[in-house]
Design a binder for this molecule. Structure first.
Ligand SMILES: Nc1ncnc2c1ncn2[C@@H]1O[C@H](COP(=O)(O)OP(=O)(O)OP(=O)(O)O)[C@@H](O)[C@H]1O
Ligand SMILES: [Mg+2]
Length: 334
């Protein structure tokens, strides 16, 4: 697949000032490189202050990076051309006019994009319907709920029909129904072939909605991969079993001696075998049970994206600051 959006060695240092004198700036992004492909949902997953919004703003040309470059369809574009390719939906709603209706707001922002009258009307209708606001198009923005404001924000990003959509925390502070609606919309837009970059700190959302995810922490891109691929980077899988009777120390020692088992833990009435070789452990467990140990339940538990996320972020926090080389990243040209 084609790399529609390519980010190369982006670094952003916000200038700092102390009592009128220059002081060392704040490094929000450090040597970030990745590419997003046509028709993919690429998640930027990171804790507060990781640099997600900074990255989005650079991609939308709202701020100029200290160094590095952004390529769209393989080329560095003039800001005007880049604006046609990209639509940004931010989490904030202060940029809307509170006394204007949803329709009037879109009319205003659409006119800034030089869309002709007829085309603009057609696009506003389409966008309001896409985000489910067609019934509230003449309601003043100040009367919109948080979810409606967020959806209007996405509608505004879609007005000029950009091939690349940048969504900064599109479901943050939404109730489950509104969040589901936005996720369905993201799926539809992906189906239309749009490339979607979505910043989030919702791990479940990243796992279910994104084709690939980049983990960003303190401005460094720590890993890039499919949610499944990233999960595989976690320490390994575990086998959970529920014995019919409480195990004695000897039985526990036998479990620890099974092939692949690294550790035996207890959780409530269950016993957890942390293993690097699930099949060998299961084979051993079947033999062990046949020696007279009765089991009520056996389950193989996959590591969650959360395990990888927490591990990488904790590791990065204990390393000295500086550029990083993301694990699991493919297809990035230096
Ligand atoms: N205009 C600015 N001037 C100076 N520092 C800034 C500016 N904007 C952001 N920062 C700093 O840059 C870092 C990254 O901020 P950014 O808003 O990009 O993070 P984020 O991942 O979007 O966080 P959140 O999850 O809270 O939205 C933070 O430490 C922030 O304080
Ligand atoms: Mg942010």
């Amino acid at each position: 697949m084609v790399g529609v959006l390519e980010v190369r060695h982006l670094t952003m240092v916000y200038p700092g000032r102390a009592r009128g004198r220059e002081k060392e700036g704040h490094r929000a992004l450090s040597d970030v490189s990745f590419e997003a492909r046509a028709g993919e949902v690429f998640g930027i997953l990171g804790p507060n202050g990781a640099g997600k919004t900074t990255l989005m703003k650079i991609l939308a040309n709202l701020i100029i990076p200290t160094s590095g470059e952004v390529l769209i369809a393989g080329r560095r574009l003039h800001p005007r051309a880049q604006a046609r390719w990209v639509g940004l939906s931010t989490g904030e709603d202060r940029s809307f006019y509170y006394r204007l209706s949803g329709w009037q707001n879109l009319e205003f922002f659409g006119s800034l994009r030089s869309l002709g009258r007829a085309r603009l009307r057609q696009r506003i209708e389409w966008c309001l319907e896409a985000v489910g606001l067609e019934g509230a198009s003449h309601v003043k923005f100040m009367k919109y709920s948080t979810g409606m404001r967020k959806r209007l924000n996405i509608a505004r990003a879609l007005l000029h029909d950009p091939p690349i959509l940048l969504l900064d925390e599109p479901t943050a502070s939404l109730d489950p129904v509104s969040a589901r609606r936005v996720r369905d919309l993201i799926r539809d837009l992906k189906g239309q072939g749009k490339t979607i970059l979505m910043a989030t700190h919702n791990l479940a959302e990243a796992e279910s909605a994104c084709d690939r995810v980049g983990i960003l922490s303190s401005g460094r891109l720590l890993a890039v991969g499919t949610p499944q691929g990233l999960r595989a980077m976690a320490a390994g899988r575990s086998v959970w079993l529920r014995p019919a009777e409480r195990l004695d120390a000897l039985a526990e020692a036998e479990l620890l001696a099974l092939p692949g088992v690294r550790q035996v833990r207890r959780w409530d009435s269950q016993v957890i075998l942390d293993t690097g070789e699930v099949r060998a452990t299961l084979d051993g467990l079947v033999r062990w049970a046949a020696q007279g140990h009765s089991l009520c339940d056996i389950r193989v538990v996959e590591p969650a994206l959360e395990d990888v996320f927490l591990r990488l972020v904790a590791e990065a926090a204990s390393e000295p600051a500086g550029p990083s080389h993301p694990a699991g990243q493919k297809g990035v040209r230096a």
